[in-house]
Design a protein around this ligand. Structure first.
Ligand SMILES: Cc1cc2nc3c(=O)[nH]c(=O)nc-3n(C[C@H](O)[C@H](O)[C@H](O)COP(=O)(O)O)c2cc1C
Length: 355
């Protein structure tokens, strides 16, 4: 059997293979609501054979959105449409996961196809962003408000309430978004966190928010369902967060009951030079897996079935997450199975197209 198609059980959940749809912002919501775009976008990738389909960064509060078009889960009314989507995904043999997110200082931006610029808080559809320190992402942007203790408590409560709603909406996996320069990453990176209280300074203090968010989510998230964290494994910047920091963090996350670390990188420094090449972040998944024994996910420029299979076979990671390749081809897993000589069940409706 191709290693890519070996099943994986995490807690009570069986994943039929190692291929995951990586979270991808669609910026297609109004007031945070999912709609038919999300049903078709996520549903077609479930039909395409992915073991786990993770929603885009889903905002735990309105002010935690990157853009006014972000998907959200900050009110009960959001649950109904999400439930329809998770039911569909489960009906076709995949598992529905949700990425819970707060954009921190990268909130209040235009959607990419409108240029992606910050929307100033005094402009229509804009709001003031929140962060560990009052430092903007780039010099030309309006500075965020530094979160006070009460604000931090609200963040934790928002993640917890979002996790409760995610459960009601039928999700079976939560991924906490701790990467790409959004709020949780802003706290653990020394480049964006200049606080002097117990949430800043030392490594222990900077990772505190992530650990406390994990604890509050675990208060409501069933023990038998997996809980993942996506991190930026390095800031790719002198003086920033490093792969060794990630390894130290992963050990602690494992003890806190996190099941899998999804190893991305970057996003907190606009000028960081990232050495893009096929599988450029796989080394981080491999390092964390070997040094801590936690399950890891590899992501980033994984586009070929043989490449993905080799990552699993060689023990570099336990799962692979693909983003852009899934936009090119929602049926990537069916194609990968064919290329790797693996027999898999096709949706009955599509069987006549089977290679
Ligand atoms: C359209 C698009 C939207 C994305 N949105 C998110 C997101 O919501 N959350 C996240 O963690 N990463 C997001 N990413 C990053 C991807 O999940 C992935 O980590 C990255 O694209 C590298 O994988 P790839 O080379 O397979 O595309 C996004 C990427 C794309 C292309």
């Amino acid at each position: 059997m191709a290693h890519l198609f070996s099943p994986l059980k995490i807690k009570s959940i069986e994943f039929k293979n190692r291929i995951i749809v990586s979270p991808m912002c669609e910026y297609s919501s109004e007031d945070g609501f999912a709609n038919d775009w999300h049903l078709v976008h996520l549903g077609s990738r479930a039909i395409g054979g992915a073991a786990l389909v993770i929603t885009e960064a889903t905002a735990v509060s309105a002010e935690g959105r990157i853009s006014p078009g972000d998907l959200g889960i900050w009110k009960d009314e959001h649950i109904e449409k999400l439930k329809q989507i998770t039911d569909f995904i489960h009906q076709y043999g995949s598992v529905a996961g949700i990425q819970l997110a707060h954009a921190g200082r990268k909130a209040s931006h235009e959607v990419p196809w409108k240029g992606g610029a910050q929307i100033a808080s005094n402009k229509e559809n804009g709001w003031r962003s929140l962060a560990p320190s009052a430092m903007p992402f780039t010099a030309s942007e309006e500075a965020p408000i530094e979160l006070d203790k009460q604000g931090i408590e609200k963040i934790k409560a928002d993640f917890k309430a979002a996790a409760e709603r995610a459960l009601k909406a039928g999700f079976k996996v939560i991924e906490l978004h701790g990467a790409h320069g959004y709020l949780i990453h802003e706290f653990y990176s020394p480049l964006s966190n200049h606080r002097t209280d117990e949430y800043g300074g030392s490594f222990e203090n900077r990772i505190r928010l992530l650990l406390e968010v994990t604890e509050s989510v675990k208060e409501v998230w069933p023990d038998e369902y997996p809980l993942f964290v996506r991190i930026s494994s390095t800031d790719w910047t002198e003086g920033g967060w490093t792969a060794d920091d990630s390894s130290a963090l992963a050990k602690i996350l494992k003890d806190k009951g996190i099941d899998l670390v999804d190893c991305s990188s970057g996003g907190n420094v606009a000028t960081a030079k990232i050495p893009l090449k096929p599988g450029y972040q796989v080394e981080f998944a491999e390092k964390l897996r070997k040094e801590t024994g936690i399950l890891t996910g590899a992501v980033g420029l994984i586009t070929e079935p043989e490449q993905a299979d080799e990552i699993i076979k060689s023990g570099q990671a336990d799962v692979v997450l693909l983003a852009r390749e899934f936009l090119r081809d929602p049926y990537f897993p069916l194609r990968a199975a064919h290329q790797l000589g693996q027999e898999v069940k096709w949706p009955s409706q599509y069987e006549r197209a089977k290679w």
